[in-house]
Every structure is written in C-alpha cells, then in structure tokens.
Design a protein around this ligand. Structure first.
Ligand SMILES: [Zn+2]
Length: 689
C-alpha cells in the first residue's frame, strides 16, 4: 500500500515535475535534489499509482505494445492474435549497488555454450520499459552502471552481449533520480540526461509541517484506510493525467512562445540546444496539464524553472538554481510587441497539483524554498558542525558551493584569525594505494573489478559473467577423447568454464589530516596549503573517492568532515577553516587512526589513503615531548598498515625536515607541497612497513 500521490504535502515543484513527465514522457525525466527526510522517495513511489495503465502482449516479459510489438523482442515474434492485457504502469527501482546483470539482464553463458540454447533473463531495464525507472541515491551509482543507463536512455534500447551471444530489446522509460547533494554530485553527462531538476527542502511553514506529520500518522496507523480516503482524489488525478495526455497532441507552440523559450535559454547561457527542446516540451506539457491548447508565458516560466537550473552549471562546485529576476527579464524582453499580453503573470508557477484534494495552504511556501531551499539547509548545518566562525562571510570562496550569500545569520564570534582564502586549484598527480584492492569502481588504485583489463582466469563461484575463452578451451581440451568427441565442435562441461579475472581501478577513502595551527606561518603559506588540499579534493571527486577531513589546531584535533561523498562539503569546510594556535599533531594522527578504524567496519572494501598535510612540527601546553607523541601516533597508523602520504609544508630559509621524519615513522612517502602538481606522474605510495 503506497502512500497516495495526492496526499503529499508541499514539494510542489517535485510533484509538478513528475506530473509533467507523466503527461509527456518526452520531457525526459526528473532529478530531485534535497536533504534526507524530505519524503522524496515516498513521492516518487506514489507516482506509479496515478500513471495511466499500459496495454501489453500477454506473457511477454518485455512489455511489448500489442499495437506495435518490438520486432527484436526476445519473447517474440508476437503475432496479431496474441492476447493483449492491460496492467498498471510499473515503477522499477535500480539499487545503486546493483550488478550489471541485474540492470541489463543476464545471458546464461553456460547453457549457450554447452547446450546451444540462448537463454536470457530480463533485467531492470526490461522491467522499466514503458514505465518508470527510479534510482534513489543516483549520485552514488557506479560508473559502469551509469554508462549502461545512459546508453539505454539515449537509444531507447538495451543491448547485452556476452562472448558473441547477444540480445537486444526496447527499453524506453521515465528516468527519475533522487539524491542528497551533501553526499556528492552527479557526473555532468548523467545530469544532462534528466529533463528536469527540482530542489526540495522540508517546508519552513509550521502549519504545513504539522499537516505533513498529521498525514504521516494517519497513513502509518492504517495504510489501507488512509489510501481508501484518498482513492477518489487519486482517481481524479489519474483522470487528469489521462486527459492531459489526450490533449497533448493538440497543444500549439506558437512562434512567439517558442521565441520566449529560446530567449530564456539564451539569457541563461546554457550549452547546446537540449535545454531549448526540454523547455519547449515541458511548456507544452504544462499547457496540456492546465487544459489549454496554447502555450502561454506562464507555461514557459514554469518550464524554464524546472529545465534550466542544472544545464548552466560550469563545474561541480558552482551553485545550482535559477535567478528569478533574470528569468522575468528574459520573458519580458521576448514578449511579442504587437500583443502586450495583458494578463499579469503570477510570480510563481500555477500549481495544478493541488487541484482536487488540496487541504494544504500552498501559497507562501514557494519562493523562500526556491531561493534558500538549497542554499543553507542542505549544506553546512546538518553535519556535526565545526566552529566555522562566520569565516565564509569575509571572503566569498571561489569554489564554495551553494553560494553562502546571506546565510550566516548565526554570526559566531570571529576566530582569532579569519579564514584565509585558498590559492587557485591545480591538477595534481595521482596518489595511489599500493597493492590490489577489491573496492567499488573508481579511478584511483588498482583493483579487481567487473571492468578493466583481463589479467587471468579462475573457476567461477556462481554463474560465469565474463568468460575467459582461451582458458576454457584449454581446460576442456584434455578431456575431448574421454568425452567421446569424434568430429568438429568442442565438448564443453560445466567444470571447464573459466571466469576472466579483470583488473581495473577502485575509488578510495582519502582522509586528509591538515595542520591548521599557527606553525603553518604566514597567511600566504596557509593559502597555498588550502589551495593544494582543494586541488587534491577536486582530484578525489574525479576519481570517485570518499573524502574526510581532520584538522588540528589549538587544543585538539577535530573531525571537521566525517567520511562522505561530498567533496563540495569538504571544500566548503576547508575554505572557511580558521587557523592559528598550537600544533597538536599527535591528536590529529590519533583522530585519523580512530576514524579509519570505524570506517573499516562500515565500508571494509574501501581502502584508505591518509594524506597528512603538515610541516612536521608538534607543540602543546606545558612542555611535554610532543614530537615523540606524534611519532608514536604515526607508529600506530603504520602498524595498522595504513597507506599514507606526507605533504611537507615547511617553508623558509631554515628547514628542520621534521615532516620527512614523520613520513618515516608513518612508512609514508613524503613530498613537498610544490611537488604535488607534477605532470600526471603516477607515484605509488610505498607499502607501509
Ligand atoms: Zn515482446
């Protein structure tokens, strides 16, 4: 019993975006971004129930349309007298950790080779055909699944090939993704694949929040009764979608309206023409949804607000969102002169989603959400916050995400030294964990993986997914006479099959331990250090690493950012990091040791790489041998087999070389800050002793 779509409170943009896609799948899907606990998934899952049902060929596992069956359907060919059945539209969920076989389907290689039978088990792409494919945490999807998904979405077909045996079938689906940007961004190619994006946040309005909770209670207490109470409005919603679909072909996009679309796209400086197409399609769908056959300025405004924000971003650290003033200006400028459209356009898109059922007070929640929903809430406040001392106010960081503009109402007392802005980021060389891992796909260290180059073969544990042909033949060869082979054709048996072993690259956990104390000296030096760490962070983003940040200064070390996918969050914390005070190096290292111990429990396959950014000095209160303490802490990390790199930040005419001896204690490679940006030189970190 899913939660009724009509009962979702707030989230107006999200509901509208989903409905426009339901009316016109050509709009191209929805990406929903927002913090945890905003009922994103509940809302997506609720959509299926209001989608119009589909006619399919009975017994076809690939959802062939009886009116136009797929000529390549693996369950085909279908004849005209195959019985059609009508069933609800499907919503299929793709788990982020799914295997390739699960997504595209699996060919039974064993049967194909030993029996000559082409046996195909459909995957999720087949299940989603003519329905919805939903990916929660889409930003965490493995690269190779993303590639497969992009291919299928672009072609409208799925294609599976294993050792020369191939199957293809139609796979057209509405792609819906949800994500928490705090956990990392999406690859631009995948971002562009979504027709619309929306940002969601919990409503700020107390009454609205109360209504959310009230309905949730009602649903949890008795889901069936709750659904029954909403059944009428759900049916009305479904009818409205069906009516809009029927009206869609009659909607006219006049030249004037088209000009408004292209003017808006031009004003926001989007790449290519995909934005214009999506905006036009969304505007047409919105007109149909509102029961009109002509596209108005309001349709264009609504469409632009949903279709453009993610298409104008230049790099993963830029803020999303669309400036309403620019939008208004572009719409006004492109109004046809002869017809001064006298209907005053409302500042917000009309919200048809609260048509029949609406018991909620929608007005007023719109603009603050769009303005701030993504700027403050999701980013800094939710994580265990370090004392970020209002530092970001002083210096708007070049790469800080989500424009902190006006955010910091909690004006904390200024730290003893305001944050130093980082120097510009640069390309760094690849730092690697030595040895061969088995972690999730990425681009850093060598690993056994599902992709990559063939390095050997083994007996398969389950079914064969990548056949090593030569080794299979070699295994079968000695038995041919015994198996009674007389003519051509190899006699294969199960025990001959060899699975290819592949070596690719994995992502790692890159844990930074950064000295933020006074020992780091002049502001210019700290700016260089921050610039270097920022560069390493950008590199980690590209290599699909998890990152964490420990800083130490003054009395203690602190886990400034627990291991996360959000390189953006790490960059923001780093940029606003205050500096000064004593240098508790040992505390920083011990904190790292503890953090890695916990992460090993949480995510055992992900190998860590420790990057210690320091000049090697250690100071503390009342004497004490702080250097020895630091060496001992380093010894603990080394004993645990932690791969590490020391980035030596010492500068000035007199060098003590303390960082190098710390490196020795860690069993780490030590490199000077200036050496970090070398030209794509691969350095393998020495194996910890
Ligand atoms: Zn079929």
């Amino acid at each position: 019993m899913t939660y009724p779509f009509g009962a979702v409170v707030g989230m107006d943009d999200m509901r509208l975006a989903l409905l426009l896609n339901a009316v016109s799948p050509a709009v191209g899907g929805v990406l929903v971004r927002g913090e945890k606990g905003t009922a994103k998934s509940t809302t997506v899952r609720a959509l299926a129930a209001v989608l119009p049902p589909v006619d399919v060929v009975a017994g076809c596992r690939f959802a062939c349309d009886p009116a136009a069956p797929d000529p390549e359907c693996p369950d085909g060919p279908h004849s005209a007298d195959d019985r059609p059945v009508t069933r609800p539209a499907r919503l299929v969920e793709l788990p982020v950790g799914a295997s390739e076989d699960r997504l595209v389907g699996s060919l039974d290689l064993e049967r194909a080779l030993t029996e000559g039978v082409k046996s195909f088990e459909p995957g999720l792409l087949a299940g989603a055909h003519r329905g919805v494919l939903y990916v929660d945490e889409v930003n965490l999807l493995h690269d190779h699944l993303v590639d497969l998904l992009l291919d299928a979405a672009a072609l409208g077909r799925a294609y599976v090939e294993r050792e020369g045996v191939s199957v293809r079938h139609a796979a057209r689906f509405l792609l819906v993704g949800t994500m928490n940007p705090e956990e990392g961004e999406l690859r631009p190619q995948l971002l562009d694949r979504f027709g619309l994006t929306v940002e969601v946040a919990a409503p700020r309005d107390a009454d609205l929040r109360a209504e959310v909770v009230r309905r949730r209670f009602g649903y949890d207490a008795d889901p069936a009764a709750f659904a029954a109470a909403w059944a009428v409005s759900e049916r009305e919603l479904a009818d409205q979608i069906a009516a809009a679909r029927a009206l869609l072909p009659s909607v006219v996009l006049s030249d004037a309206a088209l000009r408004q679309v292209t003017s808006v796209c031009a004003a926001f400086d989007v790449d290519g023409l995909r934005a214009d197409l999506v905006t036009a399609r969304a505007a047409i769908a919105h007109a149909a949804w509102c029961g009109r056959t002509d596209v108005t300025e309001d349709d264009v405004r609504v469409a632009a607000r949903l279709a453009l924000p993610h298409r104008r971003r230049r790099n993963p650290f830029d803020a999303p969102g669309l400036d309403d003033d620019t939008l208004d200006q572009a719409l006004t400028d492109s109004r046809p002169d002869d017809d001064p459209d006298d209907d005053p356009t409302p500042p917000e898109g009309t919200d048809p989603t609260d048509g029949p059922d609406d018991g909620s007070p929608p007005p007023g929640d719109g603009s603050p959400d769009h303005q701030d929903g993504h700027s403050g809430g999701a980013e800094g406040e939710s994580a265990p916050a370090p004392e970020d001392g209002g530092a970001a106010d002083e210096q708007p960081p070049t790469t800080a995400p989500r424009g902190e503009g006006g955010g910091h109402t909690d004006a904390a007392p200024a730290p003893e030294k305001a944050a130093v802005a980082p120097d510009a980021a640069f390309r760094v060389q690849r730092l690697e964990v030595p040895g061969i891992g088995a972690g999730a796909a990425g681009r850093r260290s060598k690993a056994r993986s599902e992709r990559g180059r063939v390095v050997g073969s083994r007996r398969p544990e389950g079914s064969v997914t990548k056949l090593h042909l030569v080794d299979t033949v070699l295994a079968a060869a000695p038995h041919q006479r015994a198996r009674g082979r007389t003519g051509a054709g190899l006699r294969l048996q199960h025990e001959d099959l060899r699975q290819a072993t592949l070596e690719g690259r994995e992502g790692n956990l890159v844990l930074f331990v950064v000295d933020a104390s006074g020992s780091m000296g002049a502001r210019s030096r700290m700016a260089a250090v921050k610039g270097a760490v920022l560069s390493l962070l950008m590199d980690a983003y590209q290599r699909r690493d998890k990152v964490g940040l420990i800083t130490f200064r003054g009395g203690d070390a602190e886990l400034t950012l627990p291991p996360t996918w959000s390189v953006e969050a790490a960059a923001a914390r780093l940029t606003s990091l205050p500096t000064g005070g004593r240098t508790p190096l040992a505390a920083g290292l011990l904190r790292a040791h503890e953090t890695l111990r916990l992460e090993r429990v949480r995510d055992p396959q992900r190998r860590p790489l420790l990057v210690v950014v320091t000049d090697g000095r250690a100071t503390g209160p009342r004497g004490g041998d702080h250097l020895s303490d630091a060496r001992r802490a380093a010894g603990l990390l080394a004993a645990a087999g932690t791969a590490s790199v020391v980035v030596d930040c010492e500068s000035g005419p007199v060098r003590l070389g303390l960082a190098a001896s710390l490196g020795t204690a860690l069993g780490a490679q030590t490199m000077r800050l200036e050496e970090l940006g070398a030209e794509s030189l691969v350095r393998t970190v020495r194996e910890a002793a």
